[in-house]
Design a protein around this ligand. Structure first.
Ligand SMILES: CC(C)(COP(=O)(O)OP(=O)(O)OC[C@H]1O[C@@H](n2cnc3c(N)ncnc32)[C@H](O)[C@@H]1OP(=O)(O)O)[C@@H](O)C(=O)NCCC(=O)NCCS
Length: 189
């Protein structure tokens, strides 16, 4: 039985491995003609140099500044073969909520790595006093990811019909949330 691949928070020197991983994930669904799992057209893949520069800028931001991001990589030697990313809010008023994105490359799927990545991100968020909620959106039809999130305690809070139009697909998104803060789950002061 091979040793389990390590997971750790990605730092500046990992940025190229991170961009390689995202490009691989983009290629997978373009080649397989799978339903997209991100709101981007196959004909206009994200620009690598722009993505690299933005990633470095966002990883460097402290948690009390809008637009911060933190990513954890599943590492196979020097290659990053899976990633979970937490995305800080775009408004000061929403910095207590983070969005989550997840991906594992096909040869490494169904081996428990997606679940391991999720646990690392959730545990980190729970330990951060400024973060109270993890939100995510999953496309209807992505049954594997939906099952994983539900199993980890994410609650479905709504669906948006025809949310994205990508390459002929009309995509319905399912919004899910997990409370990770100490404060009670209620509105008001
Ligand atoms: C979703 C994804 C990250 C899962 O990663 P993974 O490493 O294969 O997940 P795991 O092996 O940890 O599986 C965890 C659970 O997810 C569910 N699951 C994952 N893939 C599944 C599939 N193809 N069919 C059914 N259930 C699946 C199962 O409940 C599984 O638990 P089990 O193995 O005990 O049955 C991976 O399939 C992926 O990268 N997909 C493309 C990108 C994507 O869809 N990202 C999510 C966008 S919201």
């Amino acid at each position: 039985m091979p040793a389990t691949l390590p997971i750790r928070m990605l730092v500046e020197t990992d940025v190229d491995a991170f961009c390689d991983h995202l490009a691989t994930q983009d290629d997978v669904w373009i080649r397989n003609r799978e339903m997209p799992y991100g709101p981007y057209s196959a004909s206009t893949p994200p620009d690598r140099a722009a993505r690299r520069a933005k990633t470095l800028e966002r990883w460097a931001k402290p948690l009390d500044v809008t637009g911060w991001r933190r990513s954890w990589g599943l590492l196979d030697g020097a290659a990053c073969v899976g990633v979970v990313t937490l995305i800080g809010g775009d408004l000061d008023a929403s910095l207590h909520r983070v969005m989550l994105g997840l991906g594992v490359e096909p040869p490494h799927r169904r081996q428990g790595h997606g679940r391991r990545l999720m646990h690392v991100a959730i545990d980190w968020a729970r330990a951060e006093p400024t973060i109270d909620w993890i939100d995510l959106g999953v496309f209807r039809g992505n049954d594997g990811a939906f099952a994983l999130y539900r199993d980890l305690g994410f609650r479905e809070i709504g669906r948006t019909t025809d949310c994205f139009r990508v390459d002929g697909w009309r995509i319905e998104t399912i919004s899910m949330t997990l409370h990770v803060g100490a404060a009670a789950d209620r509105p008001g002061k």
